[in-house]
Structures are given as C-alpha cells and as structure tokens.
Design a protein around this ligand. Structure first.
Ligand code: UD2
Length: 314
C-alpha cells in the first residue's frame, strides 16, 4: 500500500466487500471514511471498527454529502451500487440513477477535490454469455442486463476521466465473490451464502437447472488484495483487470463440497434453470498477475472453510 494514501473513502463500506476493504485499510493505518445508505449494507459489519471509521450515512447521489466525504481524500474505493441484477431488471431507471449517475457524480466530485485515484468495482457481468473461455479483458463486452450495462458504463466513464481529466482510475471486474458477511437472505444472494445457510440449518438447497453450470469463485480477502494493488501500482491508471482465481467449479460440485464440510448430507432439490443464467464463467487473471502482481492467496477449499466457520457462528 502506498504510504501516500492515508486518507481514503470507501463507498458501500458497510457492505459485504466494502466492510472487508475498510477493515484491511484500517489495519494498514489509513484514515478511512465510509459512505453507506444501508440499503444492503449493515452497521453490524463495521461494529468492530466503529471508533476507527468516519461514517457518512447517506446516498452516493447526495452531492453535499459526497462533497464532504470526499474532501481531503487521496483515494476512493467505489463499492456502493445497486448490486442485485434482478432489481436492475425490474427498475432499469432507478438503478441507472444509482449505478451510472452515482458513479459519474463521484468521479466528478473526485476530479475537483484533488483525489489521486479511484478504484471502481466492476463485474464479470460485462462479458455476458460470450462462450469464449476464459474471459479476457480485451474481449468485446456483451452486457445482457441493465446491471451489466450500468457497470460497463461506470467503467467507461472511469476510463474517460483517466484519459481526459487526469484523475487516475482503475476498474476491477469481479467474478463471483464469496466470504464472511455475505448476506444470504434474498433469493438473489450469492449461491455460496445461500448454500452455507442451508447447510447450517440442515436444509436442502435448490439447484437451478442441472447444476453443471460453472463459476469462478474468488474469496473476498483476495478481492481486497486486488483493490490494494490497484491503488498502489504506479502504472495502473486507466486500466481494467479481471479479479477471479482463474479456475471454476460447477454448482453440483459446490454443494458436494459444502455438504461434506458441514456434515449435512441432504440431497439438493433441482428446480427449473434461472432465466438469464450463463452456463460458464471463468476468468483469465494473467493481466492482473503481470501488471498488478496479483496472486490469489486463498484456494477455493481454504476460502470455503473460513466462510463456513463464519456462518456456523451466526
Ligand atoms: C453473478 C453476480 C452478479 C453478476 C453476474 C454476472 C454474485 C452473487 N452475483 O451472478 O452480480 O455479476 O454474476 O454474470 O456474485 N444458484 C442455484 N441455487 C441457488 C442460488 C444460485 O443453483 O440457490 C445457481 C445460479 O442459478 C447460478 C449460480 O448458482 O447458476 C451462481 O449464482 P449467483 O446468483 O451466486 O451468481 P451469478 O453468477 O448468477
């Protein structure tokens, strides 16, 4: 971590990924501010840090709030978003206000406030159903949902701010992130959080389709590492990086692992395939490895074990 960056803003800092980022930044001695409107984040995610973080409760579209929160910051991690693909499908306009206008306004405020660099949370959703595997950053995007269009738009704005205004920006395309604090409570929550919850309750999960669809699951602590590298590597400005582990497993295999680890031998139920589900997802992380020095530190088994421990204690 570059020691120059000592005052940092994390938008969505009370959320799943944002709270892990906040925790690590504080442990590295940064003065951390968080903006969160608690739409999906929870104060409890920051409870152990409450005396160490400056919290601004509100929406990223609130100009005054963002001016105050950004003033004096050198670095911003932008994790706040409407993160449910389904909600963006139901309400493309409102979600565009959050994901596009919210991001644009953040960039604009950052540019006028002397911020050095902004790291944007993007998504593997931008690749859509392109059958080419693994996904490489130079592939033509094929966004298939308002969410994917919005994430791509945010990335394009970020790149434009880098090139046109000299505000350094880096976009990280997250694959399927999992780990402690991921909220399993909605049917659209990440599959690992849902399966962990089912395992702990001794219930059967529902697998949509035949379960042979695959995902590249990346542990949240590795996502934090990628963010810190994106913040500190000198030449990263204006670039886009995949953040995954570069290998994938099927949803059937995922339940087999979780069921073995938890001792819940319940067989899964199978339901109809989920509309819009992509079949395969796999990242090529060689660009992040080469240019950021990123190496995932958590094998899938290790990450799952840590995650299971956390769910057991909930
Ligand atoms: C991920 C991202 C999403 C978006 C999308 C782009 C997460 C949590 N979501 O969606 O934000 O970027 O990628 O492609 O990372 N499944 C079951 N049973 C369940 C829940 C899920 O079988 O109870 C299946 C689901 O049908 C899918 C797979 O598990 O095939 C992964 O589902 P997910 O919702 O965790 O993530 P995904 O890849 O659809």
């Amino acid at each position: 971590m570059n020691p120059d960056f000592n005052r940092v803003l994390v938008t969505g800092g009370a959320g799943f990924i944002g709270s892990h980022l906040t925790e690590t930044l504080i442990s590295k001695g940064c003065a951390v501010r968080v903006v969160d409107n608690f739409s999906t984040g929870h104060l409890s995610n920051l409870a152990h840090l409450k005396d160490k973080v400056m919290l601004y409760e509100g929406d990223i579209r609130d100009r005054e709030l963002m001016n105050t929160a950004i003033r004096g910051c050198e670095l911003i991690f932008h994790e706040a978003a409407e993160v449910s693909v389904t909600r963006t499908v139901q309400d493309p306009l409102e979600s565009a206000q959050i994901n596009d206008m919210g991001t644009l306004q953040l960039l604009e405020t950052a540019r006028h406030s002397g911020v050095k660099r902004v790291i944007i949370a993007c998504s593997s959703a931008v690749y859509g159903d392109d059958p080419q595997m693994p996904k490489q950053e130079n592939m033509l995007p094929r966004p298939m949902s308002p969410y994917a269009v919005q994430k791509l738009t945010g990335e394009y704005y970020a790149r434009m701010y880098n090139d046109l205004y000299g505000l350094e920006t880096v976009s990280l395309r997250y694959f399927n992130v999992y780990g402690p604090r991921q909220d399993p409570s909605s049917p659209y929550s990440g599959v690992i959080s849902i399966f962990m919850d089912k395992a702990a309750k001794r219930e059967s999960p529902v697998i949509y389709g035949d379960g042979e669809q695959t995902r590249d699951f990346v542990f949240v602590k590795d996502v934090v590492t990628a963010n810190l590298l994106a913040a500190s590597v000198p030449d990263a400005g204006g670039k886009v990086f995949n953040v995954g582990i570069g290998s994938s497993i099927s949803i059937n295999e995922l339940w087999r692992l979780i069921s073995r680890m938890s001792g819940n031998s319940k067989k899964p139920e199978y339901g109809p395939p989920r509309a819009g589900d992509i079949r395969e997802s796999l990242s090529d992380i060689s660009k992040a490895e080469k240019e950021l020095g990123f190496t995932p530190a958590y094998s899938f088994e290790k990450g799952l074990e840590i995650t299971m421990e956390w769910y057991k204690n909930q």
